[in-house]
Design a protein around this ligand. Structure first.
Ligand code: NAD
Ligand code: ZN
Length: 341
């Protein structure tokens, strides 16, 4: 089969001919139809410090996918050949206290497909049947291929009750934009999204009904005043990994405001603790998706009118992956989807 591999410990990915994976008794074999390119894949492409520390070479990369089950392991029940599916890319252990309590997304033994284990940028993927998420007709393959990052957005946005709340999202990357769409879908009052990249803010406004703010040009306090907020935002969703954005968020929140942090800063990032203490702010770190509650809620919302399709701005054949990575690296795209058929 054709696959995209990190074949050498240097920047880039290479198209290779790889054997179709053999499955174990509890696995399924999935024929991949579409995959999404993630920020994580860009780190792996760039071969930055994190990637060098984390990713074994050689490795087939990629973890955002949709496809169809073509083979079932001997012990697999409840799934069928021909079933369209996506799946959770975090492979969890069964030993930790968290796993045994059903809080799978908090398992410290987690390993990621396309990061630590063979990934989804390939014609076929082996996946434990446990990780498979069947797709209803309402979720086609290209949306199926972005459920992983949509799940990050949903997990973050649903951390707090947003009904009637004023929500600040810092970072209009694909995940920030999808979080804005989710916040609107579940009934937030005002949703403001910030960035310093005008192309990203334009895209945000095309995907959903948000107030885009370029913080390089406009002061958030003026925006809050214009929207008639008395004290500030009730909830903050940090989706940039940028220090200045987090500082600005803490400043813009009401007393007792709540923050969910998804964005990953590049290194140690100083925090003004006293502001957080005196404003009695709640902070919650977000990792991945809740397995499988986030998947359940996200698919239910997609079936009920949540529309994030316009966040996909580019589509390429898998063999044209270089173009896809180039546009992702430019910061001028939303989600980029590769077609494997
Ligand atoms: P992205 O890099 O595409 O988007 C981040 C955006 O933040 C960019 O558009 C950038 O211009 C913007 N930004 C930079 N400085 C800013 C500032 N001062 N104010 C506002 N915006 C600013 O990333 P993405 O793929 O949308 O992911 C969002 C973040 O979530 C990233 O940091 C990513 O690493 C992280 N992430 C975390 C998890 C997790 O499990 N915690 C999972 C996936 C992604
Ligand atoms: Zn991803």
């Amino acid at each position: 089969m054709i696959a995209l591999e990190k074949s050498k410990p240097e920047p880039g990915l290479w198209q290779v001919e790889a054997p179709v994976p053999e499955i174990g008794p509890e696995d399924v074999l999935i024929r991949i139809n579409k995959t999404g390119i993630c920020g994580t894949d860009i780190h792996i492409w760039n071969w930055d410090e994190w990637a060098q520390r984390t990713v074994p070479v050689p490795l087939i990369t990629g973890h955002e996918f949709a496809g169809e089950i073509v083979e079932l392991g001997r012990d697999v029940t409840g799934l069928e050949i021909g079933q369209r599916c996506s799946g959770e890319g975090h492979l969890i252990g069964r030993q930790s206290r968290q796993s045994r309590a059903g809080r799978f997304h908090l398992d410290p033994e987690t390993r990621g497909i396309g990061v630590n284990e063979q990934g989804a940028f390939a014609e076929y993927l082996r996946l434990p049947a446990f990780n498979v998420v069947p797709l209803p007709d309402a979720v086609d393959d290209e949306i199926g291929a972005i459920l992983d990052p949509l799940g990050n957005a949903v997990h973050t946005a649903l951390s707090y009750d947003l009904v009637g709340e004023d929500v600040l999202i810092t970072g209009a990357g694909p995940i920030g934009i999808m979080a804005a769409a989710v916040a609107r879908h579940v009934g937030a009052r005002h949703v403001v999204i910030t960035d310093v990249n005008p192309a990203r803010l334009e895209l945000a406004a095309q995907v959903t009904d948000v107030v885009p703010v370029n913080v390089a040009q406009e002061d958030l306090r003026d925006v809050a005043a214009r929207l008639k907020m008395k004290q500030g935002f009730d909830v903050g969703l940090e989706m940039s990994g940028n220090q200045a954005a987090l500082d600005q968020m803490v400043e813009s929140l009401v007393m007792g405001g709540r923050i969910a942090l998804l964005g990953i800063p590049p290194g140690k990032s100083p925090v003004d603790w006293s502001r957080i203490v005196f404003k009695a702010i709640t902070l919650k770190g977000i990792y991945g998706r809740e397995i499988f509650e986030t998947w359940y809620k996200m698919i239910a919302m997609l079936e009920n009118g949540l529309d994030v399709r316009r966040v996909i701005t580019h589509r390429f054949a898998a063999t044209d992956f270089r173009e896809g990575f180039e546009i992702m690296r430019s910061g001028l795209s939303g989600k980029v989807v590769l077609d494997w058929r």
